[in-house]
Design a protein around this ligand. Structure first.
Ligand code: KIV
Length: 289
C-alpha cells in the first residue's frame, strides 16, 4: 500500500510549505496547443526524488519520472534493467514532493510492449502506487493500439518517438535519428499515429531539427523536444544533465550550472574540517545546561 496520500511530513526534513496552487491536469497541458500553436512553450524536467521535485516543481509544467533514473540514480548502463518497483517508488516520492506540475511516469522496458492489456496492468499499478496522473511509453505506430486502449480506459499517455533509448539494442546506439528519408518518414508517421490514437503529448528525442519541426506542425498534440528543436511545443531535459552533475553530456544538453563541482568542493571542505577537528564547532555541539 502506497503512503503517497497520508505521509505525515510535519516533523521531518521533507516538510514543505506548499504555495497554495492547483496541480496542472492533462487537459490543461493538452489545451496549451491551440490550432497548431503553443504560445508559451511547455517546461518539463525529470525528477526522481521528493526533494528534487520540491525544488523543480514551481518552475515546471510537468515533472517526468523518467526511466533514465536507471543510469542517473542506479548507475546502470542503460534503461533496459529498470524495474517497475524502481519506477513506482521514485514516482511516489516525486508526487509527494510536488504540488503544481503534472507528474508523468515512464513505463519501464518489458512491462508494456507485449499487449495493450499488459500495458494497462502496468500503468494502473504505477498510477495507484504513486499518484502520478499520466504515463509515458516509447515506440510509434506499433504502440498506437496500446495508446488508444489505455486512453479509452482512463490512462493518459505521453508518446515518445525518434531516438527511443529502450530500443538501443535494435538501433545500435544513441545517435540522432531522421537523417535518411525512410527514417524521417517513419518518425513523422509514428508521431501522427500516436497523436491520432489519443496521446496527449509526444516526446521527440534526438532527431534532426527539420523532422522535429515537421512533426510539431503535423500533430495536433504538443511535442516535447529533447535534442530536437526550439520550435517544439515544449522542452525536456534530464535535470542532472541540466544542473551539471555529469562532466560528459550529449551534444543537445546545456549545462546551466556546475553542481558536480559544487558538491566536490563542499565535500572537500567538510573532509578538511573533520581532519583538522574544526568540525563540529561550538554551534554544532550540545553543552550541559
Ligand atoms: O527517461 C527519461 O528521462 C526520458 C527523457 C529523457 C525524455 O525519457
Amino acid at each position: 500500500m502506497s503512503t503517497t496520500f497520508n505521509l505525515d511530513t510535519s516533523t521531518s526534513r521533507a516538510n514543505p510549505t506548499p504555495a497554495p496552487m492547483r496541480r496542472l491536469t492533462v487537459p490543461k497541458i493538452r489545451q496549451r496547443k491551440v490550432d497548431g500553436v503553443t504560445e508559451e512553450p511547455l517546461v518539463m524536467l525529470t525528477a526522481y526524488t521528493a526533494r528534487q521535485a520540491q525544488l523543480l516543481d514551481p518552475h515546471c509544467d510537468m515533472l517526468l519520472v523518467g526511466d533514465s533514473l536507471g543510469q542517473v540514480i542506479y548507475g546502470l548502463p542503460s534503461t533496459i534493467p529498470v524495474t517497475l518497483e524502481m519506477m513506482a517508488n521514485h514516482a511516489a516520492a516525486v508526487v509527494r514532493g510536488s504540488y503544481h506540475s503534472l507528474v508523468v511516469v515512464d513505463l519501464p522496458f518489458g512491462s508494456y510492449e507485449s499487449s495493450p492489456e499488459d500495458a494497462f496492468d502496468t500503468a494502473a499499478h504505477l498510477m495507484k502506487e504513486s499518484g502520478a496522473a499520466a504515463v509515458k511509453l516509447e515506440g510509434g505506430e506499433a504502440m498506437a493500439e496500446t495508446v488508444a486502449f489505455l486512453t479509452r480506459r482512463g490512462i493518459p499517455v505521453m508518446g515518445h518517438v525518434g531516438l527511443t533509448p529502450q530500443a538501443v539494442n535494435v538501433l545500435g546506439g544513441y545517435a540522432a535519428r531522421g537523417r535518411s528519408d525512410v527514417e524521417a518518414d517513419k518518425i513523422v508517421g509514428d508521431a501522427v499515429a500516436l497523436c491520432e490514437a489519443g496521446a496527449f503529448a509526444i516526446v521527440v528525442e534526438g532527431v534532426v531539427e527539420p523532422i522535429a519541426i515537421e512533426v510539431t506542425k503535423k500533430v495536433s498534440c504538443p511535442t516535447i523536444g529533447i535534442g530536437a528543436s526550439a520550435q517544439c511545443d515544449g522542452q525536456v531535459l534530464v535535470s542532472e544533465d541540466m544542473l551539471g552533475m555529469f562532466e560528459r553530456v550529449p551534444r543537445f544538453v546545456k549545462r546551466y550550472d556546475d553542481i558536480a563541482g559544487l558538491i566536490s568542493r563542499t565535500a572537500e571542505t567538510y573532509a578538511k574540517e573533520v581532519r583538522e577537528r574544526t568540525f563540529p564547532g561550538p554551534d554544532q555541539t550540545y553543552q550541559p545546561r
